[in-house]
Design a protein around this ligand. Structure first.
Ligand code: NAD
Length: 254
C-alpha cells in the first residue's frame, strides 16, 4: 500500500506524543480504533504501540523525538508530512512529573519540566497548526493535570507548567476558532502508569491520598482517558474549545 492510499484509507491523521507507554499509548490505541492513522513522537521506542495498532488493522509509525527540542519536533513534523501528508489531530500528552520540594528544585530541573511540558506545546503547535488552518479543520488536545487545580506539595514546577498549558489553550482557542480548529485540555487525575508506578508518587502513598479525595473510589487507569480524547477530537466536538476536561474521578470539580 502506498503512503497516499494508506492516508486515504483512514479518516484523519492523528499525532500523539508520549505514546510509547501509559496514558499516551491508550490515546493512540483509541484514536486508531476511531479510524485515524497515528504518528507517534516519543523519546523512547514506541514499537509496541505501533504493533498493537497494526495488528488491529490500523496504520501507525513512530519517530524518536524529544518534544522539548524544536529541531527534533521539526524533523518529526517532516516525517509526518512525508508519510501521511500532514496531521489533522494533535494530542500532546508527553510530560514529566518529578516530585521535588521547591527549595530542592534546581534551575535545570525547573527548565526541564517547562521544556518537556510547556515549551513543547509551543513547538508542536507551531509545527502542526498551519496545516490544520489550511484545511479548515483541526483538533488540538493538550494534556494538563488536576495537580494544577489541587496544588499538591512537591509539584511546584509541574503544577506551574500544566497551568501554563491551560492558559496556552484558552488564549489560542480565541485565535484559531474561526479556522475550524479547536484546542482543549484533558486534565487527568491520579492514574496508574509506568511513570507514576516508577516515580515517587507510589513511594509517597499518593495513590491512597488522592483516592481519599475522589468522588469515585477507584484509582484511574489509562483506559479511563480514552473516551475523552475520542470526543474532543471528533467532528461532534466542533463547538467545544478552550475547555479543560478533568478526568479524575471527581477530585477537581471545575
Ligand atoms: N499518570 C498520572 O497520574 C497523570 C496525572 C495527571 C496528568 N498526567 C499527564 O499525562 C501525561 C502522561 O502521563 P503518564 O503517567 O502516562 O506518563 P509515563 O511517564 O508513563 O509516559 C510518558 C511518555 O512520555 C514520553 N516522554 C517523556 N519525555 C518526553 C520527551 N521529552 N519527548 C517525547 N516523549 C517524552 C516517555 O518516554 C513516555 O513514553 C503527562 O503529560 C502527565 O503529566 C498523568
Amino acid at each position: 500500500m502506498t503512503s497516499t492510499t494508506m492516508h486515504e484509507a483512514h479518516r484523519r491523521v492523528a499525532v500523539v506524543t508520549g505514546a510509547a507507554a501509559g496514558i499516551g499509548q491508550a490515546y493512540a490505541l483509541r484514536l486508531a480504533a476511531d479510524g485515524h492513522a497515528v504518528a507517534i513522537a516519543d523519546l523512547g521506542p514506541a514499537e509496541q504501540t505501533v504493533r498493537l495498532i497494526e495488528d488491529a488493522g490500523g496504520a501507525a509509525f513512530a519517530v524518536p523525538t524529544d518534544v522539548a527540542d524544536p529541531d527534533s519536533v521539526a524533523r518529526f513534523a517532516r516525517a509526518v508530512a512525508d508519510r501521511f501528508g500532514g496531521a489533522d489531530i494533535l494530542v500532546h500528552n508527553a510530560g514529566i512529573y518529578p516530585v521535588v520540594a521547591f527549595e530542592e528544585t534546581d534551575w535545570s530541573t525547573w527548565r526541564k519540566v517547562m521544556g518537556v511540558n510547556l515549551d513543547s506545546a509551543f513547538h508542536l503547535t507551531h509545527a502542526f497548526l498551519p496545516g490544520m488552518k489550511a484545511k479548515g479543520w483541526g483538533r488540538i488536545v493538550l494534556v494538563a493535570s488536576t495537580a494544577f487545580h489541587t496544588g499538591p506539595p512537591g509539584l511546584v514546577a509541574y503544577a506551574a507548567s500544566k497551568g501554563g498549558v491551560i492558559g496556552f489553550a484558552r488564549s489560542l482557542a480565541a485565535e484559531i476558532g474561526e479556522f475550524g480548529v479547536t484546542v482543549n485540555v484533558i486534565a487527568p487525575g491520579m492514574v496508574r502508569t509506568p511513570g507514576t508506578l516508577a516515580g515517587r508518587q507510589h513511594e509517597l502513598g499518593l495513590f491512597d491520598k488522592v483516592l481519599a479525595a475522589q468522588a469515585i473510589k477507584r484509582t484511574g487507569t489509562p483506559e479511563d482517558l480514552m473516551s475523552a480524547v475520542s470526543f474532543l477530537t471528533s467532528d461532534g466536538a466542533s463547538f467545544v474549545t478552550g475547555q479543560t476536561l478533568a478526568v479524575d474521578g471527581g477530585v477537581a470539580r471545575l
